[in-house]
Design a protein around this ligand. Structure first.
Ligand SMILES: Nc1nc2c(c(=O)[nH]1)N[C@H]1C(S)=C(S)[C@@H](COP(=O)(O)OP(=O)(O)OC[C@H]3O[C@@H](n4cnc5c(=O)[nH]c(N)nc54)[C@H](O)[C@@H]3O)O[C@H]1N2
Ligand SMILES: Nc1nc2c(c(=O)[nH]1)N[C@H]1C(S)=C(S)[C@@H](COP(=O)(O)OP(=O)(O)OC[C@H]3O[C@@H](n4cnc5c(=O)[nH]c(N)nc54)[C@H](O)[C@@H]3O)O[C@H]1N2
Ligand code: SF4
Ligand SMILES: [Mo]
Length: 718
C-alpha cells in the first residue's frame, strides 16, 4: 500500500467504487490528501472515462460532512463520541444476551450499496453470519431487480449467457436507462454512451420501451412510450406477434424449450390492438418492434432495469420479456467466444445449454410475513420492518447495517423508521450521519474507497463486459486522529468478543491477531486461478479477455429445458387478460391523476454523493419531473411546491418541467429526505418517495416486491 508517504506528491492508479462501473482512475496525492482524480486513459476497459460523481470523491474523503469518530446515541437522542473498544465491548455483550435469549436469527445484517463495492466487507458479512448461525441476511437486491431471480427460478437460464451488446444486432431495452445508470446486465457499464454509439455504428438496432424518452431512448431506432406498469402486456403482445408469424427459432425451441404451445395460447388475448389500448401505444409501432427484434439472425438480447422490475406484475413482466430471448434463441451458441469471464470467480467451462428452473424457494419454509422464506440465501427486504415489529420466533432484535441508508431506501419509510426505533440494538457503519445512522445506538466510521485495499465487486456471474480485475491499493491513510477503520474490522472485532469460530476464504481465521486487508483479499482468491501478487504485479491490472477467450462448449447430456409457461405464470397472465381497463375510465380525479415512476439522478448513486458540496450545488433536492403540457394544464410553474398524494402516504414535491416524460407520468428519484421529512425541509433534504409505498398492499408473490414504480398519485398545488 502507498498510504505511508504523506510528504510527497505522487500518483496512484485505482478504480472508482462509487458505482458498479468501476472505472479506472488516477489519483494525485498531495500531503496525504487526494488533490486530483482523473480517468485512467491506460485502463483497458474504461479508457479514460470517468463521470462527474466519481470525480467528486475527494469531497467525500475530505469534506466537512464526514464523521470521523465512533458515536453512541444518548437517551435524549443526541450522538456523542465514544471509545471504539468500549463500543465494541458493549455491542458484543448485548448481542450475546440477545442470542442467548432469542437465538442467532434475532441478529440481522443489512448489506447496502456501499458495502457491495467493498470486497472485504462483502465477504466478511457472510462469514460473520455463518459463524453466528444467523440466516438473517438482508440486502438491497430484494428491493431492486429480484424479479430476475424469480425468472431464473421459474423459466431457467442459458448457461453461456446472453449475446453481448458488442456483437448483438438488436437490443431491446425495457425500463432501464444505462446511459445514466451505467448498469444494464453487464453490457453498458463504463463509458456507456461511447459503447452504445460504437455498437450502433456497427449496425446495432435499438428498441427502447420506457414511459420517458430517456438518454438511452434518444439513440433508439424504435421507441415505445407506454403507460408505466404495462411491460407484461407489451411483452405478451410482442411474444404473440413473434410466435404467430413463426419468427421464433423453432429448431432452438424444439431442443431447449418446454411449454411453447401453452405460452402461445396464454398470450393469445394480447393482440396488437388490445396491447395498444392497454399500454397506450401504437399497434403499428408494436408490430415494427416485433419485426425488428425477431430478425432472422440470432444475435439479439433483451435487457430490463428497475422500471420493469419495480412496477406491479414485475415478476410476470420479467418472465415474459426473457421469453422473448428464449423463443428467438438469442443466446451464445457452441463455438462462440465468451467475451467476459470474471477472473475473481473460479474458472468455468461455459455450455450452450439450459440451467433448469429449480424454484429453489419452494424447498424452504415460507416467510412468516409475506413471500418466500429465503431467496438465494437472502431474506426479503420488503419484509424487514415487519420481521422487526412482529413478535414471535424469528423476530429481529438487533440489526447491523453496513453501507446502506435503509431508513430512506426501503419502501414504506414510516414503517421502517418505526421498526428501526423499536430495535434493542441498531449498529450502523456509515461515514455520514445518514437518516439511518441518526436512529442507531452506535455508529462506526468506515474507511472510504481510496483508503481501502480492494478488488472489484464479484457476484458469481459476469458483471462486466470484459474480463479484467485490478488491485486498488489504499492510496491515502484515514484522517489522523480519527476512529476510522475498515468495515470488516467491526465484524472481526465482534466475532473475537463473541468467541465465534470464523472462517475466511475457506480457512479458519485467527481472531487474536488483526489481519491486514491484503491478507484477507489474498485469502478471498482461494477458488480462482489468480494470486493477489499476480494481480498486484501486472501494473495493478489484469485483463485476460483478449488473451484467453473461452469458447462455448456444446450442450451437456443432463442439461435442462426452459419452462416458458409454468402454471403460476399462465394463471397470472389469465388474470391480466380478464382485468378491466381501469385506467381508461375517466373519473373526477383524472385531471390530477398521475403515475409516479422511478428515476436515477446522474450525479448521485442512491444517496452516495449527497453529502458532497460540489454535487449538492447542482442537486439541492430531488425534483418532481413533470411534462410541460401537464404543468400548463394544471396551472403549475417551474419550482412550485405541490402535494404528491398516493393511496398510502403523501409528500411535497418541487416541480421541474421534463418534456421527455409521457403525459400523465411524473418521475422522481429515491433515497432523499430526512427522518421527519417536514415540508419546509424539502428544499434542503428532498422528499422521500418511500413514504408513498406500502409493503403489504400491492406486492408480488414470491419476492414480496412492493409497487415502487407506476404508483398512482394525485398532484395538486401546495
Ligand atoms: N447515476 C446513478 N447511477 C446509478 C444509480 C443512481 O442512483 N444514480 N443507482 C444504481 C442502482 S442501485 C441501480 S439498481 C441501477 C438501476 O439502473 P436502471 O434500471 O437503468 O435505472 P433507471 O436509470 O432509474 O432506469 C429505469 C427506467 O425505467 C423507466 N420506468 C419506470 N417505470 C417503468 C415501467 O413501468 N416500465 C418501463 N418500461 N419503464 C419504466 C424510467 O423512466 C427509467 O428510465 O442504477 C445504478 N446506477
Ligand atoms: N422508492 C424507491 N426506493 C428505492 C429505489 C427506487 O428506485 N425507488 N431503489 C432501490 C435500489 S435499486 C437500491 S440498490 C437501494 C439502495 O439502498 P441503499 O444501499 O440503502 O443506498 P444508499 O441510499 O445509496 O445508501 C448508501 C449508504 O452508504 C453510505 N456510504 C457511502 N460511502 C460509504 C462507504 O465507503 N462505506 C460505508 N460503509 N458506507 C458508505 C452512504 O452515506 C449511505 O448512507 O434503494 C432502493 N430503494
Ligand atoms: S461511472 Fe461509476 S465507476 Fe465510473 S467514474 Fe462514475 S461513479 Fe465512478
Ligand atoms: Mo439498485
Amino acid at each position: 500500500m502507498n498510504a505511508s508517504k504523506p510528504e510527497q506528491v505522487y500518483e496512484v492508479r485505482s478504480f472508482c467504487r462509487t458505482c458498479i462501473a468501476a472505472c479506472g482512475v488516477v489519483l494525485t496525492i498531495d500531503q496525504g490528501r487526494i488533490a486530483g482524480i482523473r480517468g485512467d486513459k491506460a485502463h483497458p476497459v474504461s479508457q479514460g472515462y470517468a463521470c462527474f460523481k466519481g470525480l467528486q470523491a475527494m469531497d467525500a474523503h475530505h469534506g466537512a460532512a464526514r464523521q470521523l469518530h465512533t458515536l453512541r446515541r444518548a437517551d435524549d437522542g443526541s450522538m456523542a463520541r465514544v471509545g471504539t473498544q468500549a463500543a465494541l465491548d458493549d455491542i458484543a455483550a448485548r448481542l450475546a444476551a440477545i442470542i442467548a435469549r432469542d437465538g442467532p436469527d434475532a441478529v440481522a445484517l443489512f448489506r447496502g450499496t456501499a458495502a457491495f463495492h467493498n470486497s472485504t466487507a462483502f465477504r466478511m458479512h457472510g462469514e460473520f453470519l455463518r459463524a453466528l448461525g444467523s440466516s438473517s441476511l438482508y440486502t438491497t437486491l430484494t428491493i431492486d431487480q429480484s424479479a430476475k431471480y424469480i425468472a431464473a427460478g421459474r423459466l431457467g437460464s442459458w448457461h453461456a449467457g446472453q449475446v453481448h451488446v458488442d456483437t448483438a444486432e438488436v437490443l431491446l431495452v425495457f425500463g432501464c436507462n444505462p446511459l445514466v445508470s451505467h448498469s444494464a446486465g453487464g453490457m453498458l457499464v463504463s463509458d456507456p454512451t461511447r459503447r452504445l454509439k460504437a455498437a450502433k455504428a456497427r449496425g446495432l438496432k435499438l428498441i427502447v420501451v420506457d414511459p420517458r424518452q430517456t438518454e438511452t431512448a434518444h439513440h433508439a431506432d424504435i421507441f415505445l412510450q407506454p403507460l408505466p406498469g404495462q411491460d407484461h402486456v407489451v411483452a405478451a403482445g410482442l411474444l404473440r406477434l413473434v410466435l404467430e408469424a413463426g419468427r421464433h427459432d423453432a429448431a432452438f425451441c424444439a431442443l431447449h424449450v418446454d411449454g411453447l404451445d401453452m405460452l402461445r395460447r396464454a398470450v393469445d388475448p394480447f393482440t396488437p390492438d388490445e396491447v395498444a389500448l392497454r399500454a397506450g401505444i401504437d399497434a403499428g409501432a408494436l408490430r415494427a418492434a416485433a419485426d425488428m427484434f425477431a430478425v432472422a439472425s440470432r444475435h439479439g438480447a433483451v435487457i430490463t432495469g428497475t422500471g420493469t422490475d419495480m412496477a406491479p406484475r414485475s415478476n410476470l413482466a420479467e418472465h415474459l420479456i426473457q421469453c422473448l430471448d428464449v423463443v428467438c434463441g438469442h443466446f451464445k451458441r457452441a463455438g462462440e467466444t465468451m467475451p467476459h469471464h470474471d477472473p475473481l470467480q473460479p474458472p468455468v467451462t461455459w455450455h450452450a445449454d439450459v440451467v433448469a428452473p429449480t424454484r429453489p424457494w419452494e424447498a424452504l419454509p415460507p416467510s412468516r410475513i409475506r413471500g418466500v422464506g429465503q431467496l438465494y440465501g437472502e431474506k426479503l427486504t420488503a419484509t424487514l420492518a415487519d420481521e422487526i415489529l412482529t413478535p414471535g420466533p424469528g423476530q429481529i432484535k438487533a440489526l447491523i447495517v453496513d453501507g446502506a441508508n435503509i431508513a430512506n431506501s426501503v419502501p414504506d419509510k414510516a414503517r421502517m423508521l418505526q421498526a428501526l426505533r423499536s430495535l434493542e440494538l441498531l449498529v450502523v457503519i456509515d461515514p455520514y450521519l445518514s437518516t439511518t445512522a441518526g436512529q442507531a445506538h452506535y455508529v462506526f466510521s468506515p474507511k472510504l474507497q481510496y483508503e481501502r485495499d480492494d478488488l472489484p465487486l464479484t457476484l458469481g456471474r459476469p458483471l462486466y463486459p470484459d474480463a479484467w480485475t485490478q488491485y486498488a491499493p489504499a492510496a491515502i491513510a484515514p484522517p489522523a486522529g480519527s476512529d476510522v477503520m475498515d468495515d470488516w474490522q467491526v465484524f472481526f472485532e465482534l466475532a473475537g468478543r463473541l468467541g465465534l469460530a470464523m472462517q475466511y476464504g475457506g480457512k479458519p481465521l485467527a481472531l487474536d491477531r488483526l489481519p491486514t486487508s491484503e491478507e484477507l483479499l489474498a485469502r478471498g482468491l482461494h477458488k480462482t486461478r489468480l494470486t493477489l501478487e499476480a494481480i498486484q504485479q501486472s501494473p495493478g491490472l489484469i485483463w485476460d479477455g483478449r488473451n484467453r477467450p473461452a469458447i462455448v462448449q456444446p450442450a451437456r447430456p443432463q442439461a435442462g429445458r426452459f419452462a416458458v409457461a409454468p402454471p403460476d405464470v399462465v394463471a397470472e397472465l389469465g388474470e391480466v387478460a380478464a382485468e378491466p381497463l381501469a385506467h381508461l375510465k375517466a373519473d373526477e380525479t383524472a385531471k390530477t391523476a398521475f403515475h409516479l415512476i422511478v428515476r436515477r439522478m446522474r450525479d448521485v448513486n442512491g444517496s452516495i454523493g449527497m453529502e458532497s458540496e460540489s454535487i449538492r450545488q447542482r442537486n439541492p433536492y430531488n425534483p418532481l419531473h413533470m411534462n410541460p403540457a401537464d404543468l400548463e394544464r394544471m396551472g403549475l410553474a417551474t419550482d412550485q411546491k405541490v402535494h404528491v398524494r398516493a393511496q398510502y402516504g403523501a409528500i411535497v414535491g418541487i416541480v421541474r418541467p421534463d418534456a421527455t416524460l409521457r403525459g400523465g407520468v411524473v418521475s422522481m428519484s429515491h433515497n432523499w429526505g430526512r427522518a421527519d421529512n417536514e415540508p419546509d425541509s424539502y428544499e434542503r433534504h428532498g422528499a422521500s418517495t418511500n413514504l408513498l409505498v406500502r409493503n403489504d398492499r400491492v406486492f408480488e408473490a414470491i419476492n414480496a416486491m412492493p409497487r415502487m414504480s407506476a404508483i398512482p398519485v394525485t398532484i395538486e398545488a401546495y
